[in-house]
Design a protein around this ligand. Structure first.
Ligand code: PGA
Length: 240
């Protein structure tokens, strides 16, 4: 695994945007896996800026998001659908039909998960997957204990994740308890993976993922088994 250390959040975001731009230059119809949370916000801001200046073109790019809360509508301000459109898609020249995010309000979540996996395959698989990491080592909403052979499915969020994400909701009780997430195996099928992490509170999780034991108790540790992973960190997130 490769490790890139940037001075701070700003330069980490710029570096991530540059790496994505390079991949799109090599392959204009890149299939890009995307993440939500606070970490990629700077990256999306930078990509929007570059797209507006004509430095990067999303017109042939397809995207698949990692996850979505179950039981909330796409227009809910805390849904990942809403987050992605507001913070990224509405501001770039991507075709709406090339954007895929699991639906939080779906009649048959199990069928929807199968459909999502099939769509990824139909598009030729994910070329580059962007990941964040949870304080408990989760990737997507694959919480500790998730099977390394899991595919897209409905999961229950851990207490720690509900606690971490309650900062985005008015009350902790409002945080959904379930979600749809790409599985660990889905993520591992990506041809290239870049994990972003910034700040001191992720330092332990990052260290365990990068050089700890490969165990289902630390879902991100599975990345050690993939041939093309880059950890893109700022100085505060790096402690090893
Ligand atoms: P964060 O979350 O970017 O908001 O820290 C990352 C994650 O939980 O995967």
């Amino acid at each position: 695994m490769k490790k890139i250390i940037e001075k701070d959040y700003q330069s980490l975001s710029e570096k991530a945007a540059l790496l994505i731009k390079e991949e799109i230059e090599k392959n204009p119809s890149l299939v890009l896996g995307l993440a939500t949370g606070s970490t990629p916000l700077g990256l999306y801001k930078k990509l929007i800026e570059m797209n507006k200046k004509g430095e990067v073109d999303f017109s042939q790019v397809t995207t698949f998001n990692l996850d979505e809360y179950l039981g909330i509508s796409s227009s809910h301000p805390q849904s990942y659908n809403y987050y992605m459109h507001k913070n990224f898609f509405d501001e770039i020249n991507i075709k709406k039909e090339n954007v895929f995010i699991p639906h939080g309000e779906t009649e048959n979540p199990e069928e929807h998960c199968k459909w999502y996996e099939k769509k990824i395959e139909e598009k030729g698989g994910i070329d580059l997957q962007i990941l964040g990491i949870g304080g408990n080592g989760h990737i997507g909403f694959n919480e500790p204990g998730s099977s390394f052979s899991s595919s897209t499915r409905v999961v229950s969020l851990s207490k720690e994740t509900i606690e971490d994400n309650s900062r985005f909701f008015e009350k902790k009780e409002e945080v959904p308890k379930k979600a749809i997430t790409m599985g660990i195996e889905t993520i591992l099928k990506s041809k290239r993976i870049i994990l972003l992490s910034s700040g001191e509170n992720k330092k332990e999780a990052v260290k365990k993922a990068f050089k700890g034991k490969v165990t289902e108790e630390v879902p991100a540790s599975v990345l050690q088994t993939h041939s093309r992973v880059t950890f893109l960190l700022d100085e505060k997130a790096e402690d090893f």
